[in-house]
Design a protein around this ligand. Structure first.
Ligand SMILES: *Cc1c(COP(=O)(O)O)cnc(C)c1O
Length: 428
């Protein structure tokens, strides 16, 4: 595979932007080697600047669930473009997307649009605090809620501990209100509530974790969180930036039948344009300015171009059979990966739900981030390279979920499984 042009572009980029990228994980740091510079994307494919084609399982980190550059999304965008890209005034398209989100997501009665998942999570925490009048929040080790200060906390090992900042520049005073617990550990959460009576505004989590590989909630975990938050007068928040409209049309909350108080969304909801959103019960959302006193604003929020991409994407997704197709495509892919790993005699554990899958190169089970860390990351780096050479683009980290789309065909899946068989054999 010739990647000369990618290498030249990326070398130049490193002088221009920190690490040569606009977002860290794109830089291939955790798998080694140089990143591939994309030229264009279409359907399930990405082409790099050297003309190589890849079957893409990153999907722009989630938004491309209908396939990249879907013709209907592009056509709708072209039409919207003629009317202008940003109004800075109310726009009817906001009503339309809001109605669609409210209809789809069980917890959402009212919604505020923002421009990214980070923004949605940052605002939702302000809202949790404003509504309850309490400052402390519980998050889980290995869950990502964007890069706002309060969420940049790595948990201590094993037991729940007070959060220490994960990045320089984050004041201790900011994260001292962030309590952490291991994922799937309801007892740890109960202890935190007992140790901090009337001080915790709520619990925020990825209802299925996609930012520490792929970790699913154990039976009873989400239900238990629903109960313990209610008992303590605290809010339950599902960060569905990744899982929203992916785990099912109504997100993980619809799939698992547990309704949080508030929900954050992003990725799919923008259909490839920058959109985030948070929503929940009317009583809580009415705190948000200008209906209520909690301030939050955005110059480009709800702009007509972003709303258009979101609306068209959701329209495509809610067509009969979309999620059955996503589920069967992903199941077939995952079964193929699993049996390829087994044939190669590699330690392997993983699973898939709907249009999301993930695996770790270690013996399972993986129920939390601590267990995920036993995965062989060096070997994953080799796997990533071997797959890339065979035209398969996987997320460049052992701790990211994989994404399928409506555009992934039977042929794509078969070629991908074949590439896994060869690659696993090569790295075994
Ligand atoms: C991607 C992600 C975010 C952050 O969204 P951005 O749009 O990248 O700011 C927050 N939470 C979860 C669960 C995510 O996967």
């Amino acid at each position: 595979m010739n990647t000369n042009r990618s290498q030249a572009v990326f070398s130049a980029a490193q002088e221009l932007m920190p690490g040569g990228v606009s977002s860290p994980v794109r830089a291939f740091k955790s798998v080694g080697g140089q990143p591939i510079v994309f030229d264009r994307v279409k359907g399930s494919y990405a082409w790099d600047v050297d003309g190589n084609r890849f079957i893409d399982y990153v999907g722009s980190w989630g938004p491309a669930i209908c396939g990249h550059a879907h013709p209907e999304v592009i056509a709708a965008l072209q039409e919207a473009l003629e009317k202008g890209t940003s109004f800075g005034a109310p726009c009817e398209l906001e009503n339309k997307l809001a109605e669609m989100v409210i209809e789809a997501v069980p917890s959402v009665e009212m919604v505020r649009f923002v421009n990214s998942g980070t923004e949605a999570c940052m605002a939702v925490l302000r809202l949790m605090r404003a509504f309850t009048g309490r400052d402390k929040v519980i998050k889980f080790e290995g869950c990502y809620h964007g890069h706002a200060d309060m969420f940049l906390v790595k948990a201590g090992s094993g037991v729940a501990t007070l959060g220490l900042p994960d990045s320089p520049g984050v004041p201790r005073s900011t994260t001292s209100n962030t309590l952490t617990a291991p994922y799937n550990d309801l007892e740890a959460v109960k202890e935190l509530f007992a140790e901090n009576p009337d001080a915790i505004c709520g619990v925020i989590l990825e209802p299925v974790v996609g930012n520490a590989g792929f970790i699913t909630p154990e039976p009873g975990f989400l239900e238990g969180l629903r109960e313990v938050t209610k008992e303590n007068g605290a809010l339950l928040v599902f960060d569905e930036v990744m899982t929203g409209f992916r785990i099912s049309y109504g997100g993980a909350q619809a799939r698992f039948g547990v309704t949080p108080d508030l929900t954050t969304m992003g990725k799919v909801i923008g259909g490839g344009l920058p959109v985030g959103a948070y929503g929940g019960r009317k009583e809580i959302m009415s705190m948000v300015s200008p209906a209520g006193p909690m301030y939050q604003a955005g110059t480009l929020s709800g702009n007509p171009l972003a709303m258009t991409a979101g609306i068209k994407t959701l329209e495509l997704l809610r067509q009969e059979g979309s999620y059955d197709k996503l589920e069967s495509t992903t199941q077939k892919l995952f079964a193929g990966i699993q049996s390829a790993a087994k044939s190669a005699g590699l330690p392997f554990t993983g699973s898939s739900i709907s249009a999301m899958f993930g695996f770790y190169l270690c013996e399972g089970p993986v129920r939390n981030f601590e267990e995920a860390k036993s995965a062989d990351t060096e070997r994953f780096g080799k796997l990533h390279k071997a797959m890339l050479e065979r035209g398969i683009y996987l997320a460049p980290s052992a701790f990211e979920a994989g994404f399928t789309s409506l555009a992934h065909s039977e042929d794509d899946i078969n070629s991908t499984i074949k590439a896994f068989q060869e690659s696993f054999a090569e790295i075994a």
